[in-house]
Design a protein around this ligand. Structure first.
Ligand SMILES: Cc1ncc(COP(=O)(O)O)c(C=O)c1O
Length: 368
């Protein structure tokens, strides 16, 4: 056995290289954006308010709290028709904090097989039993609910980040009510995108009162950083006491809070821009040939995936599209299942008709 850690690291990287799945960092800021989660262009247009303090100086429980934090949480909770909310430093932090502490030994967490890595990591840190169910499959969920014990939590996303499809929330609410299961809904890709003023999936269906906890993240359509967990006042108090990613970290800075506040102010007035986003999604789909439509993963969200099976093929498509000036990324195995590798096109409100036409033309030429 070779116990040299440097060799181990090199070998693992070499394996990834061989499988064409090596991740690396790139700066494509000169390309046309069909890649970012800045669906409404807020990251480019939010006003930068001056802050009096550079950093929060400590955890919320020590020196990092402020009246600005508390009033922002109340405003956001009101916007989303929730009793209460607590801000975390990111969606990742919110999910690991919430899932790691919400269920104990003897409880059960059931999650959609396509759930985000941050929720999986939170579940791994929890002492509860956990089961996955087939993506968006209600019968599959019900079978797992029948096997559950203790307090039951069901983790789903409004819009799935790799396929861009929506959860069948009405059906999930109905089956969860039958088994007294509590739904935790990650609204990351629905915030700013679904419902009037971008309130998210639960509110667009008037189902917010049926959801135990909702996570809205600010790093996607809101164009900034951070996340809020919405729920009851008791849930807020519980997370302040038990969510380790809330307790043991420096709080967001005043800059961040100003940006989040500006983003929510903008949402109040964003009907036109959200309409433009959905028009652009419709335009993109209407321009696709029958052949490409057959490879398109069904989605009405800004996330549009076109299947290009095989890591090598998907990576090649990415390189060629970037050479044409389009920032489009391949999604490779192991992020998605083998055979479901794809290019993922993120549509924005600010993409012009010409850019969308060019994007489709380039993909048509590449994918036969
Ligand atoms: C569904 C979902 N939840 C949570 C996160 C994490 O959010 P953040 O980027 O704010 O950490 C992401 C981001 O990739 C996501 O797609």
């Amino acid at each position: 056995m070779n116990y040299n850690i440097k060799d181990k690291i090199r070998n693992k990287l070499s394996n990834r290289e061989e499988q064409s799945s090596l991740r690396s960092l790139s700066d494509n800021s000169n390309l046309i954006d069909f890649c970012s989660n800045d669906y409404l262009g807020f990251a480019k247009t939010l006003p930068c308010k001056k802050s009096t303090k550079q950093g929060a100086t400590g955890s919320r429980l020590i020196s990092g709290n402020s009246s600005q934090f508390e009033s922002l949480e109340q405003k956001i909770a009101k916007f989303h028709n929730a009793e209460s909310g607590i801000i975390f430093n990111s969606g990742y932090d919110a999910n690991i904090g919430l899932f790691s502490c919400i269920a104990d030994k003897g409880d059960t967490i059931i999650y959609d097989q396509y759930i985000h890595a941050s929720i999986r990591d939170g579940i791994r840190l929890s002492n509860a039993r956990s089961f996955s169910f087939e993506h968006n499959n209600i019968d599959g969920l019900e079978k797992k609910l029948q096997q559950a014990s203790g307090h039951i939590l069901v983790a789903i996303e409004s819009v799935y980040s790799m396929d861009g499809d929506k959860a069948p929330l009405e059906k999930i609410v109905a089956v969860c009510e039958k088994y007294k299961a509590n739904i935790i809904l990650d609204e990351a890709h629905a915030t700013g995108v679904l419902g009037k003023k971008g309130v998210g999936l639960a509110q667009s269906l008037n189902l917010e009162s049926k959801i135990f906890a909702r996570i809205h993240t600010f790093g996607k359509a809101m164009g900034c950083h951070g996340a809020i967990v919405l729920g009851s006042k008791d849930l807020r108090a519980y997370l302040i006491n038990f969510a380790r990613s809330f307790i043991y970290t420096t709080a967001l800075s005043e800059h961040n809070l100003n940006a989040i506040q500006s983003a929510y102010e903008k949402l109040n007035d964003a009907e036109e821009i959200i309409g433009q986003l959905h028009d652009n999604i419709g335009l993109f789909q209407s321009l696709l040939s029958k052949n490409l439509q057959s490879k398109l993963i069904p989605s009405t969200s800004p996330i549009q995936g076109i299947l290009v099976p095989g890591n090598k093929n998907a990576k090649k498509a990415e390189v060629e599209l970037q050479a044409k000036g389009l920032d489009i990324r391949a999604i490779l195995h192991p992020t998605v299942q083998k055979g479901a590798e794809r290019i993922r096109i993120c549509i924005h409100s600010f993409n012009t008709k010409e850019e969308i036409k060019m994007c489709v033309e380039c993909i048509e030429k590449l994918i036969i």
